[in-house]
Design a binder for this molecule. Structure first.
Ligand code: PMP
Length: 451
């Protein structure tokens, strides 16, 4: 006990807690976070930071919401857990609420994480086709630069360099095509033409692979972790048409985009499509408790109801749909609606882009883009060649922001494995002063880092 008091927390942490993003560990040991309020967190040394990443794209309603803690407490006292063979009131009410938000009839399958939700989606897509006699339809088309999770199937769907780490063989049957990257589109095409061309490339892949072998397409409404790539809405609509044309299911990953992040309840609502399957996590509970959802359109679910043909969906998930987590999700959505946070996300996002407009003149800023409170700044070495910003340059910008009390993210995969895009994703409940702090800090840091 005595030793515990003397050894600093950082040291104790490093000894026993396996950090999630190991490559950065030595240079950038994890911060020990002690508390949070609104958009701000405080570490064990008393330093305060504005969390410009909402944890990691999660804490949509901000930190320190007593209402969420209370609803979890009350629910745990009432009934803390039910096995999968039973249901409970928060599970029913939350499923009804999600349907109201989607404005359609979906069956809600509960699990614990975004990876879980995507695994469930892949299994449902494969089994759905099997039950229609299409036994060879098992492949899933995904996109390069997309992130869909860390488990073997979700990692196989992921189109980033990390899938090539040392975990192969991954689940087979996942294909990748390049997503539209409007900043790097070829000259001579409008954004819309280029996006239609990219959708056509995806369709060509399905045809070359033999469409009878392809079960589904998975995509985010906009690529988040791979560099904030916002497609023209025609792209998303075209992908929906392609799926319908070739009998594929369309899985939309709303793990980050859902629950107001892009300025609407769900990211796919910007293009008016009707996905067959939608996966949700993170913002669903604002990460106060783990919970995820795979929402399956009612007509797809029908295929799983034929008892006599042994058509059950076999997927055991012990903690999925935990009562306290469902109660927290309901309260979280209630808070978002009461405080009009989806609209706030749209408004603050537009304001952020306006405030950062002058940074576009900076020699190392290639592009600034965003939708709702999800924005990316593409750092380049050269504005003409668009050579991605060096790792050192990007690290320095992030470290300088942190030294001023602002946490921002980093992603990209412009070139496999390279992350030259700064990501911003503050809580949707951020105040006007918080937003000013973010844009002023970024401007200062960029102005100090001119080369
Ligand atoms: N899909 C997307 C788009 C994600 O960003 C993530 C996580 N960052 C996941 C799925 C996986 O979610 P989880 O980490 O909860 O498994």
């Amino acid at each position: 006990l005595e030793t515990k008091k003397i050894v600093p927390l950082e040291k104790r942490n490093q000894r026993v807690v396996w950090p999630h993003i190991s490559p950065y560990r030595e240079k950038n040991p994890p911060m020990i976070v002690e508390s949070g309020e609104g958009s701000w967190i405080e570490d064990s040394n008393g330093n305060r930071y504005l969390d410009g990443m909402s944890g990691l794209w999660c804490v949509n309603v901000g930190y320190g919401r007593e209402e969420l803690a209370k609803v979890a407490y009350d629910q745990m006292l009432q009934i803390a857990y039910t096995p999968m063979t039973q249901s409970h009131i928060p599970a029913i009410e939350l499923a009804e609420k999600i349907n109201e938000m989607l404005d359609d009839d979906y069956m809600i399958f509960y699990s614990n994480s975004g990876s879980d939700a995507n695994e469930v989606a892949f299994k449902i897509a494969r089994q759905y086709h099997q039950q229609h006699g299409d036994v060879n339809r098992y492949k899933v088309v995904s996109r390069y630069r997309a992130y869909h999770g860390s488990s073997m199937g979700a990692l196989a769907a992921t189109g980033q360099a990390l899938r090539k780490y040392k975990y192969e063989p991954l689940s087979s049957g996942f294909l990748h095509v390049a997503p539209p990257d409007n900043y790097r589109k070829p000259e001579g095409l409008t954004v819309e033409q280029y996006n239609i061309q990219k959708a056509k490339e995806l369709e060509d892949t399905i045809i070359w692979e033999q469409k009878e072998t392809v079960a589904a397409v998975i995509m985010e409404p906009l690529i988040t972790g791979g560099g904030i790539l916002i497609p023209h809405h025609t792209y998303v609509q075209e992908i929906e048409r392609i799926c319908r044309r070739h009998g594929l299911l369309l899985i939309i990953d709303e793990v980050i985009c859902g629950f107001g992040r892009t300025g609407k309840a769900f990211g796919h609502q910007h293009s008016g499509i009707k996905p067959d399957i939608i996966t949700m996590a993170k913002g669903l509970t604002s990460a106060y408790l783990p919970l995820s959802i795979t929402a399956v359109r009612k007509d797809i679910y029908e295929a799983f109801k034929k008892e006599e043909e042994n058509c059950h969906f076999r997927h055991v998930n012990t903690f999925g749909g935990n009562p306290a987590a469902c109660a927290v999700a309901l309260k979280n959505i209630e808070i978002m609606e009461r405080e009009a946070l989806f609209e706030r996300s749209a408004k603050l996002g537009r304001r952020l882009l306006d405030d950062l407009e002058e940074l576009k003149n900076h020699p190392n800023v290639g592009d600034i883009r965003g939708l709702g409170l999800l924005a990316g700044i593409e750092v380049v070495e050269d504005k003409v060649t668009k050579e991605p910003g060096s790792s050192e340059r990007v690290s320095k910008l992030i470290a300088d922001c942190k030294a001023r009390g602002l946490i921002i993210g980093r992603n990209g995969e412009t070139v496999a494995g390279q992350s030259n895009i700064l990501a911003l994703c503050p809580p949707l409940s951020s105040t006007d002063e918080d937003m000013e702090f973010i844009s002023e800090t970024l401007k200062e840091v960029f102005h100090e880092n001119i080369s």
